[in-house]
Structure formats: structure tokens, C-alpha cells
Design a protein around this ligand. Structure first.
Ligand SMILES: [Zn+2]
Length: 106
């Protein structure tokens, strides 16, 4: 499977208890096909105290989601959409992604 999502992409969760929530990808693990999305799928983690600045205790932390359960979010369509890749001739041939539904860059 080709992963066409990257860090800082806005994605919508497509399945599971966080379905329909929107967040930004903070980390991708391409080996396990899992993504970490900001403020999505939060879990409680027990931290050991490391210093006086980090006293430890219970913190909230993102747990990973399978990459197939998130989709690139189009802010115009207000949903996860399919997209195609296009080379932007005006911008150093940078690859951009176009929403297949509304045609805007996502
Ligand atoms: Zn769209």
C-alpha cells in the first residue's frame, strides 16, 4: 500500500470510536501503517518523574490509528475525500493534491 498522507495533513477519522473527528497528523509510522493524529484517540499514560520540571503522573497522549482508518480532509467538502496528484508547474513542479470532488488543493 502506498502511503500518500504526510505529517501535518488534516485528516478525518473514518472508523472506530473517534469516527468523524478531524485532526492534524503529528507522526506516521510507515512500517506499521499507523498514524498519530493530534488530540485524537487520546489515552492516559503513567509517567515516571524525571526531574522537578517533569514531576510525572498521568498524562494524556495520542495513541496510533491504522492509516486506513483516516482520510485526507477537504475543508471545502467538509469531509474525507479522494484526491489525485498533480504537478504544480507554477511552483517548482511541486506535487500537490487535488480533491476529486471539488477540485481544490488539499
Ligand atoms: Zn473538496
Amino acid at each position: 500500500m502506498t502511503i500518500r498522507l504526510k505529517k501535518n495533513d488534516n485528516v478525518m477519522v473514518l472508523a472506530g470510536k473517534e469516527k468523524n473527528k478531524i485532526g492534524k497528523i503529528i507522526r506516521i509510522n510507515k512500517i506499521t501503517n499507523r498514524v498519530y493524529v493530534e488530540k485524537i484517540n487520546m489515552i492516559k499514560r503513567h509517567m515516571k518523574p524525571r526531574s522537578s520540571q517533569e514531576p510525572g503522573g498521568i498524562i494524556d497522549k495520542e495513541a496510533s490509528i491504522n492509516i486506513s482508518n483516516v482520510g485526507l480532509y477537504c475543508s471545502k467538502c467538509k469531509k474525507a475525500v479522494r484526491f489525485s496528484l498533480k504537478v504544480d508547474e507554477n511552483n517548482d513542479k511541486k506535487k500537490i493534491r487535488i480533491c476529486k470532488k471539488c477540485g481544490s488543493e488539499v
